[in-house]
Design a protein around this ligand. Structure first.
Ligand code: IDP
Ligand code: MG
Length: 140
């Protein structure tokens, strides 16, 4: 089952811009089932922990500050080939390079404030999902 799930966040920029509904709608239309959903806000500590893998990168502090700057929507999505298909749906990290029609092409501001997160592997999807959700918060 793990290969059929991915984890996403609608980031503070897209929430502030009023795109929660439009992004969830695009996710639904592409055939992903929402099995967990939460409107929440990350503390700087929690954001730092979530992105610890990037702690050596020059943009780490900027990323942590941004991801804790306002509310986010966290979700677990289910679909065959979820991780890869969702990365296709969101597009490249830099919206200037994201394919037309992708979520980042439509809603992202720049390479940092890029509207959504998507897990990059099945293992990370599982780790990131349990970072945000307990077993009783997941429904399928
Ligand atoms: P991804 O979100 O497409 O998987 P990653 O390389 O894993 O991209 O980077 C994680 C997040 O860090 C990005 O989504 C973006 O918010 C931020 N980020 C990545 N590269 C840069 C950069 O060069 N400047 C500022 N922020 C960046
Ligand atoms: Mg990544």
């Amino acid at each position: 089952m793990s290969g059929n799930r991915t984890f996403t966040m609608i980031k503070p920029d897209a929430v502030a811009d009023g795109y929660i509904g439009a992004i969830l709608s695009q996710i639904n239309d592409r055939g992903f089932k929402i099995v967990a959903l939460k409107y929440t806000k990350l503390s700087t500590e929690k954001a730092g922990e979530f992105y610890a893998v990037h702690s050596a990168r020059p943009f780490y502090r900027e990323l942590v500050d941004f991801m804790s700057s306002g509310p986010i929507v966290a979700a677990i999505l289910e679909k065959e080939n979820a991780v890869e298909d969702f990365r296709k749906l969101i597009g490249a990290t830099n919206p200037a390079e994201a394919a037309p029609g992708t979520i980042r092409a439509k809603f992202a501001k720049n390479i940092g404030e890029n509207a959504v997160h998507g897990s990059d592997s099945d293992d990370n999807a599982a780790i990131e999902s349990s970072f945000h959700f307990s077993g009783t918060e997941i429904f399928n």
